[in-house]
Write a protein that binds this ligand. Structure first.
Ligand code: FAD
Length: 631
């Protein structure tokens, strides 16, 4: 085993995988430390990838050369394009994956990475040295970095050294699982937690918070009465996640839907005192938008039923995931309420639901590059940053991997804009408005969602990925071919006169295909026609959004000087001084998104900075405010 690497990634979950892959793709010598090789790529919760807002992230990861889309295409057992009845701007790809095949697909892909060592072990400690020289950091605010990363210490005493360490430990930091009144230490069912690291973060001066998430029971597939449930088939023509996948050829399975009822709700209500969330046993916040069934029964008391999606966990796997009834009620209550659900009267539970509480690192301590503000060279990605979900974790992992590699080369960090990618929206949200409950992506979080579509992720990001060095020749060829095909369709639409009809809602891919094939005696791929049609249908909205983006970019390009002393800005409200001081925004745009900051605060800030700049150029033009602000 080599003792020194460029970059160490702690954790082989969805963030760790993308971080290691991205950094290795950029030529860094990477060690991925995982508790076990076979757990790399394991799915803690539902083996499903994508969905609203999340499917777009997977496409973005793919466009930047990441792994998640490829692995899902190999291991998917049911593919659906959600929201197909609505406009393409909100279509979102989703796939149910095979729980056993997905990690294998990830491991196979990872084993092709250049310069990636897999080290089995548990990290106990992050080693950092006190450090005053701040020149090597991802941005100018490095002056706040008082320490620098040196390496890690494993529980068995091994020490590994590196220039950068990326922590992606998910729900494992001081993980505590709850099922009724029973509590077990661990990161997820059957796996130990990581205790040492929490203490180590505190000793480095990094503040920790605590969050919780939960999972539903899994039942045996042969104990479900499918005849009384609604079948939910996959798409007839499954759409792959990755631009590199030609077609999905594996057979697709069916999912089913059933409903809870008043008997289920009564049973849950009468046992709330045994639910850790209600007995006071769990104090930390859970995901508001992904509530447990006990939460739903309390918060939506007027509802007489809730959906339960019955989702198979694999071709061979006997377990069916009961999506919608996440719970940490005691086992006997779970068994009783599940059997009150239509179609599940004889259900046999193979794994009971549980909740897990874990430590996370609140993101006011992290930069937009995902590097810690407190320890230079230490990056954080995934659930440890307060997010929930595989896709959110993977998107951050990719960015952290890229930025760790760029730090080694003294290059500026990759910071994706809110107008470029959902990944950019997510990271900006995390850093600018640090979450206090698990953060998950929704389309509504993105103000430019008409531009951030799943179908144009490659147009938005593959050229960037290529320039960063993430996109290899094979992916670039596919991208260029797609671009050429789209251009050819656009030209033919003009030549055949159908262009004017493209923006009409009733014009379909089939209509366009017929006209342009007649006009050229050629056939065209549906994908290229769909591209042209979507662009035409949204042209008006996109033009309007482009104007908003122009305004947004102006604010984004207005840089805020480092070490601005907000507390001494007398014209700024006290609350604004505190909030700005806590986040240290890099631009006026970022400052405007901090919660509690209003347009008047931004004007004060703008005037102040403009005066500072003017003062730098000619000292005689100092405004009274600048004169009253100590430097
Ligand atoms: C019970 C439960 C319920 C969930 N419910 C949902 C849900 O409803 N919806 C949703 O979107 N997401 C849910 N998730 C979250 C989803 O699983 C995570 O968001 C996602 O897996 C996070 O990815 P990650 O890479 O950050 O961490 P993980 O996938 O948790 O991976 C962490 C990795 O780090 C390794 N590791 C940890 N500590 C160490 C150490 N000290 N040394 C070496 N290796 C270490 C672990 O072995 C693991 O491989 C749930 C997770 C759990 C556990």
């Amino acid at each position: 085993m080599k003792k020194r690497h460029d970059i160490i990634v702690i954790g082989g979950g969805h963030a760790g995988i993308e971080a290691a892959w991205a950094a290795a793709s950029l030529g860094a010598d990477v060690a991925l430390i995982t508790m076990s090789w076979e757990s790399v790529g394991r799915m803690s919760c539902n083996p499903a990838i994508g969905g609203l807002g999340k499917g777009q992230i997977v496409r973005e990861i793919d466009a930047l050369g990441g792994l998640m889309g490829l692995a899902t295409d190999r291991a998917g057992i049911q593919f659906r394009m959600l929201n197909r009845s609505k406009g393409p701007a909100v279509w979102a790809p989703r796939a149910q994956a095979d729980r056993d095949l997905y990690p294998l697909a990830v491991q196979e892909l990872l084993s092709t990475a250049r310069s990636l060592d897999i080290v089995e072990g548990t990290v106990e400690e992050i080693i950092a040295t006190p450090h005053l020289d701040s020149e090597k950091s991802t941005d100018e605010s490095a002056v706040s970095t008082s320490r620098r990363i040196k390496g890690v210490l494993l529980t068995d005493g091994r020490e590994l050294l590196a220039e950068c360490v990326i922590v992606t430990t998910g729900t494992f930091l001081a993980g505590l699982m709850h099922c009724g009144l029973e509590q077990t230490e661990g990161g997820r069912v059957g796996e130990p937690g990581a205790k040492g690291l929490s203490k180590c973060f505190e000793s480095l001066g990094i503040e920790l918070g605590r969050l919780k998430t939960g999972t539903p029971p899994r039942i045996h597939r042969d104990t479900i009465d499918y005849d009384v449930c609604d079948a939910q088939p996959g798409d007839e023509y499954p759409t792959p996640f990755s631009a590199l996948t030609g077609a999905i050829l594996q057979p697709q399975v069916q999912c089913h839907v059933t409903w809870t009822n008043n008997d289920v709700h009564d049973l849950i209500r009468s046992n709330l005192h045994r639910a850790p969330m209600y007995s006071g046993q769990i104090q930390s916040n859970g995901p508001r938008y992904c509530p447990s069934i006990e939460d739903k029964v309390v918060r939506f008391a007027d509802k007489s039923k809730h959906q339960v999606f019955l989702e198979p966990e694999g071709y061979e796997n006997e377990r069916v995931y009961c999506n919608g009834v996440s719970t940490s009620l005691p086992e006997d209550v779970q068994t009783a309420f599940i059997r009150e659900v239509k179609g599940l009267e004889n259900a046999r539970i193979l794994q009971h639901g549980y909740a897990v509480e874990y430590d996370y690192v609140p993101t006011h301590q992290t930069k937009l590059s995902l590097e810690s503000k407190l320890v230079g060279g230490l990056f954080l990605a995934g659930q440890i940053n307060g997010t929930s979900g595989y896709e959110e974790a993977a998107g951050q992992g990719l960015v952290a991997g890229v930025n760790a590699a760029r730090l080694l080369g003294n290059q500026k960090p990759l910071i994706l804009g809110r107008d470029e990618a959902y990944i950019g929206v997510m990271i900006d949200d995390l850093i600018t408005r640090p979450p206090t409950e698990p953060y998950r992506m929704f389309t509504s979080r993105a103000e430019y969602r008409l531009l951030l579509r799943a179908d144009n992720a490659d147009e938005r990001l593959t050229p960037l990925g290529r320039s960063l060095g993430l996109v290899q020749d094979d992916r670039w060829r596919v991208f260029e071919n797609r671009r050429k095909a789209t251009l050819a369709v656009t030209e033919l639409c003009s030549a055949t006169g159908i262009r004017a009809s493209l923006s009409r809602p009733e014009t379909s891919v089939k209509d366009v295909a017929e006209v342009i094939s007649r006009g050229s005696n050629r056939t065209f791929c549906i994908d290229a026609i769909e591209n042209v049609l979507t662009a035409a249908k949204y042209a008006g909205y996109i033009k309007r959004q482009a104007k908003q983006i122009e305004r947004f970019r102006k604010l984004e390009s207005f840089l805020i000087p480092n070490k601005l002393d907000y507390h001494s800005m007398a014209n700024l409200r006290l609350e604004a001084r505190e909030r700005l001081g806590a986040v240290s925004p890099k631009t006026l745009g970022q400052a405007s998104r901090i919660s509690g900051i209003n347009p008047a605060d931004i004007t004060v800030l703008w005037v102040h900075i403009a005066s500072l700049k003017k003062q730098k150029q000619s000292p005689q033009h100092m405004s009274p405010e600048v004169l009253s602000s100590p430097k």
